[in-house]
Every structure is written in C-alpha cells, then in structure tokens.
Design a protein around this ligand. Structure first.
Ligand SMILES: [Zn+2]
Length: 302
C-alpha cells in the first residue's frame, strides 16, 4: 500500500480508498458501515490524515499530530457521545464547512450517523450531495439499517467486517510483541474478531481480566443450576449497561460453541431459542421492556 495507514487488516477497503485517491475519484461523502469496534472510525480518521498531510501521511508533522489529537481546524469530528444530532448541530456544521479551509481539504467526520434526527438529516442532504468545494464527508455506522435511505443513497458506502481469530492474533502479535501469547489469544477470542476491541483488551489488562472472570461466572451458571447465584448475578449487572452487554456477548459465545458440539437436535433447538432471545435483547433495550424481568427469564432458561 502506498500510505502508512498503520491499521490491522481491512486491506480491500484500504486499497479501494487508495485507488480513489490515486485516480482522483474521491467521493464527496463516504459511509463506513460494519459492526462496532472493527476500526471504521479509525480508517476514517486515517483517511483524513492522508488527505490533509502534505508529507505523505508522515504521522509527525503538526497537521498529523493535530488530527490525531482531534484539534485540527479543518478536520471536524463528531464522535459518538450517545446524543442525537439535531437540526441546530447540522446548521453549525454547514456553516463551518463553508469557511475557507487553511488545509488542502475540509474533512467532516461523523461517527454513528444514525444519531441524526430525521429533520437534521433532511437539512443535511443537500450538503451531503454537493458539499462546498474541497470538502470530504466521512460518516460511520454500526448498523446500516438504522441509517436513513436518503443518506445512504447520497454516499459511497464501504463495508467492514470482523476478522478470523487466527488472523487477528497474528496481527496483534506483530503489534504487541511483548504481550503474552495466551493473553493475545484470549483478547482476540473475546473481541469476536473485532480489531478495536482486541487492541483495547491488550492495552487494558484489567478489562481482559474482567472478561475472563465474567466468562467463568457465566460458564458456571450454564453448568450448575443454582437459582440463587443466577439472581445474584442479575443484581450485580443490572445497573451497568456495559456489564449487560458483556453478559450478552459472552453468553452467546458460550452457547454457540456448545451448540456446535451438541448432538441432540432437541437441545440444539433450545440453544437456538436462547440465542435468538439474546439477539433480540438489543432491540428490546430501546423499548419499554422490564430489563430485570427479561434478564431473569433469560438466565433461568439456561
Ligand atoms: Zn504529516
């Protein structure tokens, strides 16, 4: 590859972007779509660096450093802060895009673009289709289905996926040669092939230990039918959405691997039923379902 992306994997996607740059075929607006923590926003940010740095994306010049820190004047970032993006936000974005850039481009990055309200998105469509000259808009989403079709139809979409655990382990080992092999293997397994997540677990050993502990706890429930322990566990995680998400992820992982080993069709069907309950959990949490009741039912059905 021509540019020093310093990104694990996603060679096809990066090649496509490089080709767009080389052939002068850059789109006004890109949408990077794929599961969370696979590196979409990182790719968008590196692309901003490649466009803005006048020294072949050197990672060293003031421009590169400012972009990395998020303080570059012509590279606007809207990271996902779990708040919706309203019409007033879009108005101020458009205003800023119309200011004359000092850098080669005006780059606008919006993480989780599905946060935009319908009114805000409508007022943004014209800019998305025809931004001021020299503007590149980079959007990301964890769920393409949540993005309004009026947005999707005006952008060039690049999709990202997860990596195999073996591939990811090898790449992480290259990046962190001092890390323990077993830690790397576990981080990659728990990350479910998501680069960002694996790197996060390697960098934060306490987070990895928390994963390992939760994994053993959940495996314990599945193996031993102890109602008191199960209710106690629901109590322990109920107030913390991150712990609940971890519970869903690890439980799915455990059930999936058991299902593959299971010979009895009846038992397999039970696993599938529980897995689809967990898959629905994300959607349920947005509604008014009683979360405690849902978790207790789920954990008792194991
Ligand atoms: Zn530079």
């Amino acid at each position: 590859m021509k540019y020093n992306w310093s990104i694990i994997g996603h060679e096809n996607q990066l090649n496509k972007l490089e080709k767009d740059i080389e052939t002068g075929n850059l789109a006004h607006s890109y949408l990077m779509a794929g599961p969370n923590s696979v590196g979409k926003y990182t790719v968008a940010k590196k692309l901003a660096g490649i466009l803005q740095c006048e020294n072949n994306f050197c990672h060293k010049c003031p421009t590169c450093i400012q972009i990395r820190k998020g303080s570059h004047i012509d590279t606007m970032e809207f990271k996902d802060d779990k708040k919706s993006i309203g019409i007033a936000d879009v108005k101020s974005i458009i205003e800023r895009l119309h200011m004359t850039p000092q850098a080669p481009y005006k780059v606008l990055l919006i993480q989780s673009v599905e946060r935009m309200t319908i009114e805000a998105a409508n007022s943004f469509l014209k800019t998305l289709e025809e931004p001021p000259p020299g503007t590149i808009i980079l959007l990301t989403t964890n769920n393409l289905r949540d993005v309004l079709t009026t947005i999707v139809s005006r952008v060039r979409t690049i999709t990202f996926g997860v990596m195999s655990v073996n591939y990811l382990s090898a790449k992480i080992r290259e990046l962190y040669p001092d890390s323990d092999d077993d830690q790397i293997r576990k981080a990659c397994l728990f990350s479910l092939g998501k680069t960002g997540k694996a790197v996060q677990l390697i960098r934060k050993p306490e987070a990895l230990s928390e994963h390992i502990k939760a994994y053993h706890d959940i495996q314990g429930f599945v193996n031993h039918n102890n109602t008191v322990d199960r209710f106690a566990y629901v109590n322990e995680i109920i107030e913390d959405p991150k712990k609940i998400e971890l519970f869903y992820n690890l439980l799915s992982q455990i059930l999936r691997s058991r299902m593959l080993e299971e010979k009895s069709y009846e038992v397999q069907k039970k696993y599938i039923k529980t897995l689809s309950k967990i898959a629905d959990a994300g959607m349920l949490s947005k509604g008014n379902v009683n979360l405690r009741l849902f978790l207790e039912n789920l954990i008792l059905s194991l």
